[in-house]
Design a protein around this ligand. Structure first.
Ligand code: ATP
Length: 373
């Protein structure tokens, strides 16, 4: 029962890709649920979510490798549901590169324009430009199996970009690379996207990757977009318990709103009272309260509006960060992480928890969170 969740957002202007009421069923399996998604021209939009939530299926429906069960998909204002993948103004980059193994790097990149019968001289020029763009000049005559994973992915990107798509769809393109190369390629890809001004629709289950690269992130779970926002907003103001949990670390309390004044919510939980940020709530409402470990503060004295108490059970200095674990009286574990070490605190101390009121986020209780927690 998800009727109180709107999957995606209402329509906006100048969207280059638009999904309206898109559903996807695989037999009995409902993998994309009434999705509405407007992707803006030139933006880097990431579909982020755990394995099996429907990210790849969504991307494949835009690409044309999968049919939607119902709903409409538009690219540049043109309905594409009946079009073959190659007729759509999009190109896809896959995690496994999908390069033609028997062709050289040059032939792979030249593939798109050659089947369109572009003159040879012009192809040569564009291939050379594309390889330069992805820093692969000089590798023209190599075969894919003579390249590293990162190099193969660069060639795959050049092969997609040479077709000058308005939209590039990327399905976990860095998923097969080791962490260091992955980080480096993230920066390169983001730079490339900015330089070319092409719309990127990017699929990943790596939240750090999504946070560093995206203009907006659509956080998905179980076929639904739970929140679509810029990375800062997603991190600072999660709108559901799932998003608060999935992105970064969170301390989540069950609470109830007591009073509200000037946009500050006073809430009570069984561990004590606290102050919060939140809009659109009512006094008496049951809520979740989410506080990031790095926004949590500890004090031996009670702070105004706060009476949450816990005992420090672990307190370690990790070079640049102090990390602590606390336990409330009823056995709830609290994560704490800050840059400066508070010299007066140590393991065994009983302390009060508090935060700048706007760093505590009030979250609506929805049927989705109830069912999934
Ligand atoms: P991952 O990160 O693991 O790739 P995902 O979020 O991209 O996951 P999808 O690949 O979109 O998830 O799959 C969503 C659901 O649809 C899964 O339950 C999957 O098993 C199912 N599914 C995907 N493709 C098919 C198919 N061709 N036939 C039947 N079920 C499928």
């Amino acid at each position: 029962n998800h009727e109180n969740i709107k999957n995606g957002e209402s329509s906006m202007n100048s969207s280059i890709v638009s999904l309206k009421n898109v559903e996807k069923w695989f037999g009995e399996n409902h993998v994309v649920k009434n999705m509405n998604l407007e992707i803006q021209e030139g933006e880097f939009l990431t579909l982020l979510g755990p394995s099996g939530c429907g990210k790849t299926t969504t991307l494949r429906m835009i690409a044309g490798f999968e049919d939607a069960s119902s709903g409409t998909i538009e690219v540049q204002g043109v309905r594409v549901e009946e079009m073959e993948p190659f007729q759509r103004d999009v190109n896809t980059v896959f995690q496994n590169y999908s390069l033609f193994p028997h062709m050289t790097v040059f032939e792979n990149v030249a593939y798109g324009p050659s089947i369109k019968k572009v003159p040879k001289e012009q192809i040569k020029k564009s291939v050379s430009e594309m390889l330069e763009l992805v820093q692969m000049s000089g590798y023209e005559s190599r075969k894919p199996d003579e390249l590293s994973g990162g190099q193969k992915q660069r060639v795959a990107i050049a092969r997609a970009l040479i077709n000058q798509p308005r939209v590039l769809l990327l399905d976990d393109p860095l998923g097969a690379l080791d962490m260091k190369l992955r980080r480096q390629m993230q920066i390169e890809l983001k730079r490339l996207q900015k330089k070319l001004g092409i719309t990127f629709v990017y699929v990943t289950h790596d939240q750090e990757e999504a946070m560093t690269m995206s203009d907006r992130i659509a956080v998905m779970s179980d076929g639904l977009i739970l929140q679509i926002d810029n990375p800062v907003e997603i991190y600072e103001k999660p709108k559901s318990r799932f998003v608060a949990d999935f992105i970064g670390e969170s301390n989540i309390f069950d609470g109830k709103i007591k009073t509200m004044e000037d946009g500050i919510l006073h809430a009570e939980c069984k561990q004590g009272d606290c102050l919060l940020y939140g809009k659109g709530f009512e006094a008496g409402e049951d809520i979740f309260i989410s506080v990031r470990p790095e926004y949590l503060m500890l004090s031996k004295e009670k702070q105004e509006g706060f009476s949450l108490k816990a005992k420090i059970i672990d307190y370690v200095f990790m070079g640049t960060l102090v990390k602590a674990i606390l336990l409330t009286e009823d056995g709830k574990e609290i994560k704490y992480s800050r840059f400066e070490k508070n010299q007066s605190l140590d393991i065994g101390d009983e302390v009060y928890l508090y935060w700048d009121y706007d760093k505590g986020v009030a979250i609506k209780k929805t049927s989705f969170d109830e069912e999934n927690n």
